[in-house]
Each structure stands twice: as C-alpha cells, then as structure tokens.
Design a protein around this ligand. Sequence first.
Ligand SMILES: [Mg+2]
Length: 229
Amino acid sequence: MNRVRFHLSQVRAIVFDLDDTLYPEQAYVFSGFDAVGEWLRARVACPIDPAARMRELFLAGERRHVFDRLLAELRHPASEQLISEMVRCYRTHVPHITLHEDARVALEAWRGRWRLGLLSDGPLVMQEKKVEALGIRPLLDEIILTDQWGPEYWKPHPRGFEVMENRLKTHGAAVVYIADNCSKDFVGPRRLGWRTVWVRRPGGVYCDVPPPVGGEPEMQIASLAELDR
Ligand SMILES: [Mg+2]
C-alpha cells in the first residue's frame, strides 16, 4: 500500500463511502445525542444534561450501551420500550452535520468530470436523513444505500458494488472506491477489480482497524485533496 499511486485521469467513476469519508461521523453521533437528550428531558427527570453525559460516555469509549448507562445514572429503569424509543429518536432525527471541507471541494470539483456515486451501509432511514442533511443528492449520479435490501447486504457483501457498476455503466479498474473502514469497505470492490483508496483522517472512528485478507486498500490518503494532484 502507498507505493501504488494512480491519478484520477485513469478512472471513469468515483464512488464514496459516507460516514467518516465525506463527513465526520462523530458529529452525527453528537447530533443524535442532542435529539435524544431533548426527547428524554420531556419524559424523564434529568438532574444532569443528558446529551453532555452521553458525549462523555462516547468519548470515554462507550459505543453500544450509551443509553443504558445514561438511564442507570439517572436511576431510571431502562425498559426495552424506552430504549427502542430512544434508538428510534436517534435514527430518525434531522441531523446537524456538514461535509468535510476537502470532501465538499472534491465533490464540487469532480462533478461532471467523473461519474460520482455513494455507497453506504446503516439503517436506511438514518442514512437517508444524513444524505438529505448534507445536501449531496445533486452532486452525485448514483446513491446506493444497501439497507434497502436488508442488513445482510451491508458491506462486505458485493451486491451494492455490482449494482453500482451497472448503474454507472463502468466496471472494474475504471472505478475507484474511497472509504475509511478497512474491516469491511474494500473486500467487495477489490473482488470486482476496482481501485481502492483508504481515506485515513486523524481521529476517524475506524482509523486503526486492520484489513482482512483480500480487503487491503490499494493506497492511503489523509485528505481527498491528495487525489487531485
Ligand atoms: Mg465509513
């Protein structure tokens, strides 16, 4: 990796991952905590700021049980129904997120020069809200949210990549996939012979996850601006 360099003039289509590739995922998480905190305050006595506490828990490394731990600290029973309502609030809230500056510049500059696509996993309603909030629909030729077929088709499943090739009418080494998560993002595109680029920003959630065999990215960048040089 890294020794292989290629220029964008060698490809015909560029496909992006969404979370932590085009915008900082942590901003979405904190936006969700604000929505859940407000929702909770209307229903449960909160002597502390719930959103601030959830941010602290997240920054301390808690990922899966933030809501349970918050309710425990509030001495409120974490019933299955309450948790599922908090999850629904989180996933359906209108997020306050913005593109990484280099992603905004790249999307605007590359629009029209290459076919541009977005391929992302995650609960469908949540990913749709992110796409809307970022205002990127007009900048992209194709958007594929794999959850439309069910979570079994999330990456590393190749279906999303195969459908993307057909829609963009471009195949194999003429397509590049730019993504942040080595544990799942590059297996599918590599199987189809796509070029692969790992955008590894400081502080990214999946910055240090090692790739599986066959899922190693071809090159690594810290900013999309590096590709345009
Ligand atoms: Mg990602």
